[in-house]
Structures are given as C-alpha cells and as structure tokens.
Design a binder for this molecule. Structure first.
Ligand SMILES: Cc1cc2nc3c(=O)[nH]c(=O)nc-3n(C[C@H](O)[C@H](O)[C@H](O)COP(=O)(O)OP(=O)(O)OC[C@H]3O[C@@H](n4cnc5c(N)ncnc54)[C@H](O)[C@@H]3O)c2cc1C
Length: 452
C-alpha cells in the first residue's frame, strides 16, 4: 500500500478466519473490499498459541464449509500450524485482497457524510463500510490478585509455549478451561508437580456413541443457541483434542498426581488461598457431561439412528484426596511452586475505534454483528449471533449474514427517486453522464474503483 489516501467500499480489519470468511462472501457478491492485517494471515494461530496446541474439534468439523484440510484424516485434530496453513490456503483459494503488515491505529466517522476515516501504519484509508474482525480473544487478562513477587515466573496462557520455558519446579495453573487443563496436563506429563485451580466449567465428553461432541452439539442444536443459559454466560468449556482427543477428566488427572484446588481467591505473603468450591465445581461439570449424554440418548431414541451404546462414558472415577480434603491455602515456596500460569481468558480492545458503537461499559452494541453505527460491523465476537460465532465453523455463517446486509444497504443507497432519475437521464442526454446508480454521497467513485 502506498502512503497515498486509499478509498474502498468496504474495509475489513484483521485477516484471521473471520476476515477471510468476510472477504470470501463479499468477493462472491461483487462488493469491492480490502482486508488489512497488522501481522500475517491467521497470525494468532501461528504465534499466540502454545507449541503443541491442536484444534479442539476434529478436522471434518473445525473448518469452513468449502474446503477440507488437505492430507489430514477428517477425525484427526489439526495442529495450530496446520490451521494457520489452512487459512492461508483458503485466502489464496478465494483470492482475498489482503494487505499484511498494515495496522489500523484509529477509526473515526467521516464528517458530514457516511463512512469512515481509517488511520493505519501505512496511511489513511476511507471506507463506506467497515468490518471489525480483530478477534474474540485479543488482550490476555491476568486478574488483579496476581502477586507482585519477583521470585515467581508468571505468564498468561497466550505466552506459554512449552514446559521447558518455565524454571524447574512446581507450577500453579489458574483456570481450568480448555487452555488451562491442557497446559496443566502437558506440564504434568513433563514431570512437573502441578496445582490446577478449577472454577465453574462445562465438561462435554470428547465422544459418545461413536460421535464426537462437536457432532452432538450440532445435531442437538447447541451450536445454534442464540443466548447462553442464564448464569452460565461465562462458564468455560474444558475440552481437548490433544493426544488423539480424550474427555477432560479432572479426577483422572488428580489420580495421576495433579493437585486440584478451588477457585484462586488471593495471594498474601507467598501464600495463596483458594475458595472451598472444588467439589461443587466438579459436580456441576459432571452434571453438564451427563446432561449431554442424556440429550444424546434421547436423540437416538427419538430418531432411531443406529449408534452403539456407550455406558463407559458415564463412569466417573472416585474422588481423589485433593477433592475430599481440599486445600484452603498453599505456601508457594514450601510447595516448591515457582511458576504461575494464568489461563484466565481474554478481553477485547477497541480503544482505537472512535465511533458510537458501544454501551456504557464499552461493550459493542450490535445485532448479529450489525452495529448501531451505520456502516460498521463486528465479526467473530463470542455469541455474536449464536454459540458458534467465535469458532471456525460459526464465523463463516455470520460473515455471510453481514455480507448480505452490506449488499442490501448498498441497494438502498443506490436508489434514485423519480426526479433524480430524470436528472440522470438529462445528464446522459447532454453527454454529461456520471454514474447515476449510487446516491451515497461521495461514495460513487469509491464503489467503482475497488481497491486502488
Ligand atoms: C487457545 C485457543 C484455542 C482455540 N482453539 C479453537 C479451535 O480449536 N477451534 C475453533 O473453532 N476455535 C478455536 N479458538 C477460538 C477462535 O477460533 C480463535 O480465537 C480464532 O483465532 C478467532 O479468529 P478471528 O479471525 O475471529 O480472530 P483472530 O484470529 O484473533 O484474528 C484477528 C486478526 O486481526 C488482526 N488485528 C487485530 N487488531 C488489528 C489492527 N488494529 N489492525 C490490523 N489488524 C489487526 C490480528 O493480528 C489477527 O490476525 C481458540 C482460541 C484460543 C485462544
């Protein structure tokens, strides 16, 4: 991109899966657009995940509808680099106009006319429409209770790579969603003593009656749920495709030597305190697992589908000592803990987006991604339209909805009333024709030019 001012109908910010899906749909519908990405295509899959990470869903499921993973068994779990390569290949396949190495630093509405002025690391871009596809998980969050102790190595799961990265010694992993439990398991397999702090979680079976849980959530309509169950909006899902894909079983990990503890409450003088909620959290996770098995059985009965019974999926190991006699606190030095991994989630960061699109708490206001700020769209956010929205197989469908909305809006703005049509006809007759097809102020040239 040159430092000159660039004009485009629709600008997409971010070339992760969301930005690529958006580009595919806009391309098919003939909407001139450009994708800008500050790093590389699918950067978060390349450099913001630990080395051994594989997708949480099998390759037949965790993909876009129009392309399979090449050379990968459909039931296998793609490694993070394979996922990044997949999206790079997909972007080539759909001929997505992506400019990498361009960071958006500020967005403001254009004065007195629709559209936006977008400041980037490579000059200003003007766009009639803007799709913000900068990710559901942007800024790693470490809670304020984290101790200020120079003797402790502390990192967020976004910065964790492998066990060798941490000094010798025991590890406390805070958070037992998919990231926390997988990292804790990997540390334990590497011979470390691990303490895992377990909060509220859902714990689906990896597979049941010869079907992966992704399949069950699909046929049971769970991915399509439009709102989270009240009270469970922030409940994390503990699931893993690692080691061929196994059901997360906290008690089994404890029987193998891991010490489970409740929610991490506070740190004081090298001593960490835990809530006494471990057994309750495990129980709720078990209930979630059983409810999915029950729903699956009911589906089999109702549809008569031929899937073998699977009673083993219902067996739950006995409660280990750390559950029956949970730790209330732990002296980190005495326990040899010199590292803490915070698997405590992410926040979004829209501080660069200076438009009227947020509520008082800074949360994007939108309906299925269509912002209350005309011409602005969000894509890829958790629960944007439904449960699947932030995942690979969900974002593609949300992108389609947004692309359709953009096309419809372009049609409205192209409308000419009778007097304008007469004017256009007169101009054409006078040989002074301009494009009469678009009444969007100042947008006409931009629409025609596409990327310049
Ligand atoms: C550890 C982990 C594992 C996951 N595993 C799975 C899984 O197995 N299956 C699944 O379906 N989902 C998974 N997800 C969820 C989701 O699929 C990923 O978070 C995915 O990366 C989201 O894609 P995205 O395109 O919406 O956002 P991102 O991948 O975050 O892409 C956003 C892009 O925008 C760019 N960007 C941001 N700000 C700017 C700016 N100002 N200017 C220019 N560019 C910018 C970023 O560089 C980035 O490339 C996982 C998430 C995490 C954290």
């Amino acid at each position: 991109m040159t430092a000159e001012r660039l004009s485009i109908d629709t600008l997409i910010i971010g070339a992760g899966q969301a930005g690529i899906a958006m580009s595919e749909h806009l391309g098919k519908l003939g909407v001139p657009h450009l994708v800008v990405e500050r790093d590389r295509i699918a950067e978060r899959w390349r450099t913001c995940r630990w080395d051994s990470l594989v997708a949480n869903g099998p390759a037949w499921h965790d993909r876009f509808p129009n392309m399979e993973f090449e050379g990968l068994d459909p039931d296998a779990f793609a490694g993070k680099d394979q996922v990044a390569e997949y999206f790079e290949a997909y972007a080539r396949k759909v001929d997505a106009p992506i400019r990498t190495g361009v960071e958006v630093t500020g967005v403001a509405r254009r004065e007195g006319r629709p559209g936006f002025m977008i400041e980037t690391s490579d000059g200003t871009i003007e766009a009639n429409r803007l799709v913000v596809a900068t990710g559901p998980f942007q800024r790693p969050v470490i809670p304020p209770i984290a101790p200020r102790d120079a003797n402790l190595t502390q990192l967020h799961s976004a910065d964790y790579r492998n066990p060798a990265q941490l000094p010798e010694g025991a590890v406390l992993v805070v958070g037992a969603g998919s990231s926390g439990v997988q990292i804790a398991d990997e540390m334990q397999r590497a011979g470390r003593k691990v303490y895992l702090s377990v909060g509220a979680h859902d714990r689906p079976p990896r597979a049941y009656r010869n079907r992966d849980f992704c399949w069950w959530l699909g046929v049971l309509g769970e991915w399509d749920k439009e709102v989270a169950t009240p009270g469970r909006e922030h409940v994390t899902i503990a699931v893993s495709g690692a080691y061929g894909g196994q059901t997360i079983d906290f008690r089994r990990l404890a029987h193998q030597g891991m010490t489970l503890v409740g929610l991490t409450k506070s740190f004081d003088n090298g001593v960490v305190s835990f809530e006494q909620d471990l057994a309750a959290n495990l129980k709720r996770g078990d209930e979630n697992l059983m409810s999915l098995l029950d729903a699956a059985d009911a589906y089999v009965t109702r549809t008569g589908i031929d899937l073998p019974e699977d009673p083993e999926a219902r067996s739950i190991p006995s409660d280990p000592e750390c559950v029956t006699h949970p730790l209330a606190e732990l002296d980190l030095a005495k326990a040899g803990v010199n590292s803490i991994i915070w698997a405590t989630g992410y926040a979004v960061d829209f501080s660069w987006l200076h438009v009227d699109a947020f509520d008082a708490k800074g949360k994007p206001q939108h309906q299925r991604g269509v912002s209350k700020e005309p011409g602005l769209y969000f894509l890829g956010l958790p629960w944007l339209s439904r449960r699947a929205s932030s995942f690979i197989w969900g974002v593609w469908h949300d992108a389609k909805h947004i692309a359709d909305h953009i096309v419809t809006q372009r049609k409205y703005l192209a409308y000419r009333d009778a007097s304008q049509r007469q004017q256009d006809a007169r101009r054409a007759h006078d040989g002074n024709a301009t494009d009469a097809a678009c009444d969007e102020p100042h947008a006409r040239k931009v629409n025609e030019m596409g990327v310049n």
